[in-house]
Design a binder for this molecule. Structure first.
Ligand code: URA
Length: 273
């Protein structure tokens, strides 16, 4: 490869990385530009070399089933109906794993449903899986998960006595924030998951979880550390909003405020035990 070509390739890879691309979808690279040329009418078909497998064709990201994607409203309705049908967490996981209404499913490696003990009195809800979670199939296993574990340990909790999930159970490409539409489509499943896990206390980790679950319009800073009432099915429980561990990794000085929130959580758990 010439030095110029090498520079060009590196620039393209850097661009992809910047844009959030961090995984290859096919084992064999596919030159889409050459494909465009090849798809023009040609005099005779060009056979693929026998030694190289033909590139696999992935389903459309917009609609994994092919055909026209459902409207967001239709996807939300389908999600509500599907979530309502689940009478246990296992059934909910199974239904969700087959749900085709959210396009994130097509780009994620797998469903990231939950971790921890569903019998716990406390449930933590984050935003969406990142790369580590996508690979492991479990929420909060990466750097922010390790910090969450340490924060829980500090108040005597671990994953055997806490239940952990996310608003969106599939990783958004490049770890971007889920769109309002994606969150809305996944929300009926999260609401049902909370209802079926039936915790005494719900902890919203970060603004998106607090906004989605508590219907808060403003930013997390103004509501951090406040207790809310949360209607879980027929039961009213307490909910606390605090900063997301990923934010604390970027702003470690704010840990002291979250420490206060975790002490308040500990006290609330002791009051009702
Ligand atoms: N951030 C989240 O909100 N959830 C995870 O599972 C991991 C990182």
């Amino acid at each position: 490869m010439t030095a110029d070509r090498d520079r060009e390739v590196r620039a393209v890879l850097a661009f992809y990385q910047e844009a959030g691309v961090d995984a290859l979808l096919d084992e064999t690279p596919v030159d889409r530009l050459a494909q465009d040329v090849a798809s023009q009418p040609v005099a005779a078909p060009v056979a693929a070399p026998a030694s190289r497998p033909a590139p696999s064709v992935r389903p459309s990201i917009a609609n994994p089933l092919g055909g026209a994607p459902p409207s967001p409203e239709a996807a939300v309705m389908a999600a509500r109906e599907a979530a309502r049908a689940a009478t246990s967490l296992e059934a909910l996981r199974e239904i969700l794993s087959r749900f085709e209404g959210c396009a994130l499913r097509a780009t994620a490696t797998q469903l990231v449903f939950a971790d921890g003990n569903p019998q716990s009195r406390v449930m933590f809800v984050g935003e969406a899986p990142g790369r580590d979670e996508d690979l492991a199939g479990l929420p909060f296993v990466g750097r922010s998960g390790k910090l969450l574990d340490r924060m829980m340990t500090a108040i005597g909790l671990d994953r055997s006595c806490a239940y952990i999930a996310n608003i969106v159970p599939w990783r958004p490409p490049g770890n971007r924030t889920p769109t309002p539409q994606e969150s809305a489509i996944c929300l009926p499943f999260t609401l049902r998951q909370i209802e079926l896990a039936n915790p005494d206390i719900l902890v919203c980790l970060g603004g998106p979880a607090a906004q989605t679950l508590l219907g808060i319009k403003g930013g997390i800073t103004s509501i951090r550390g406040r207790w809310f009432r949360y209607q879980s099915g027929a039961r009213e429980i307490r909910a606390l909003a605090t900063w997301h561990p990923a934010y604390l990794l970027r702003q470690p000085l704010q840990k002291r405020l979250v420490w206060r929130d975790f002490l308040a959580l500990k006290k609330a758990l002791e009051e009702r035990s």
